[in-house]
Design a protein around this ligand. Structure first.
Ligand SMILES: Cc1ncc(C[n+]2csc(CCOP(=O)(O)OP(=O)(O)O)c2C)c(N)n1
Ligand code: SF4
Length: 250
């Protein structure tokens, strides 16, 4: 019998340990499939952050290096400069890359560092108990904003892909979601493009993926997908935000 679907070779045999309904696993599977399809598993080094996103090092079969909170891009850039032939990607939560790590995202984009960064935006600090992140929506209740995020005192949510897209060294920037089969397919295309950009040595490639955190949002897995659609998608600009001419011709 013909086998039409199987576990990607880009993943280890370790089962995902995420909460039910968490889409971290979906995003990791997409990245693993892309690594396999592009035949770069053995040539890739991933960099993991802290948080639930940090478990990535257990699940990918490529080499991995762990970084301190927010520093995955700094570590990844260092590795890329020392080993320019290796494919480098960072896998970071929004609390990691859009809070303590913001500077690295901005400067990686300004300098056109030739790495691929994947941001998993669940609008919250997941692992540490659901505190407000820079990506938390206006009015959203978290453990540190129990009455809802007040923009008067805590500011507006940061749309990091939009910021990054404005910087000249960022050649490919996309914001995608994994809430439906159609969007999962689009997310995979964007992730693949972000790796192809690096293979072609064109510049900084950044993909933000909207993701669920049913545990800290306090809603069921199914309702979390609907909540993401209704509340996150209208706030965060979606789609391919920047595709330079060189990238278009890939
Ligand atoms: C320097 C430092 N400060 C704080 C922490 C605590 N900490 C662990 S995970 C985390 C946030 C993770 O949130 P996010 O990056 O959004 O990832 P998620 O868990 O949602 O995947 C924080 C603040 C830490 N590990 N190191
Ligand atoms: S705490 Fe949130 S981000 Fe972490 S595994 Fe659970 S659902 Fe996913």
């Amino acid at each position: 019998m013909e086998k039409i679907f199987g576990r990607s070779k880009g993943l280890t045999d370790v089962p995902f340990s995420f909460c039910p309904g968490c889409t971290h696993g979906t995003i990791m599977r997409l990245i693993a499939e892309v690594l396999e399809e592009l035949e770069i598993i053995d040539n890739t080094i991933g960099v993991s952050p802290v948080g639930c996103a940090g478990f990535s090092q257990d699940f990918f079969s490529c080499d991995f290096v762990g970084a301190a909170h927010g520093r995955a891009q700094a570590v990844g850039i260092g590795i890329k400069r020392a080993l320019p032939d290796r494919m480098i990607f960072t896998y970071q939560g929004d609390g990691d890359i859009a809070a303590i790590g913001t500077q690295h995202a901005i400067h990686a984009a300004a300098r056109g560092e030739k790495i691929t960064s994947i941001m998993v935006n669940n609008a919250i600090f997941g692992m540490t108990g659901g505190q407000m992140a820079p990506t938390t929506l206006e009015g959203m209740k978290t453990t540190t904003s129990p009455y809802g995020r007040d923009i008067e005192t805590t500011g507006f949510p940061i749309d990091l892909p939009r910021l990054v897209a404005n910087l000249p060294g960022a050649v490919y920037v996309a914001a995608v979601s994994v809430d439906s089969p159609k969007n999962i397919n689009q997310a995979k295309k964007a992730i693949k493009k972000a790796f192809q950009v690096q293979m072609a040595g064109l510049g900084f490639a950044f993909v933000s993926v909207l993701s669920t955190c049913p545990t800290n949002w306090g809603i069921s897995p199914v309702d979390s997908l609907q909540w993401l659609r209704e509340n996150m998608m209208p706030v965060y600009q979606m789609g391919e935000l920047k595709v330079t001419e060189e990238v278009k011709s890939l």
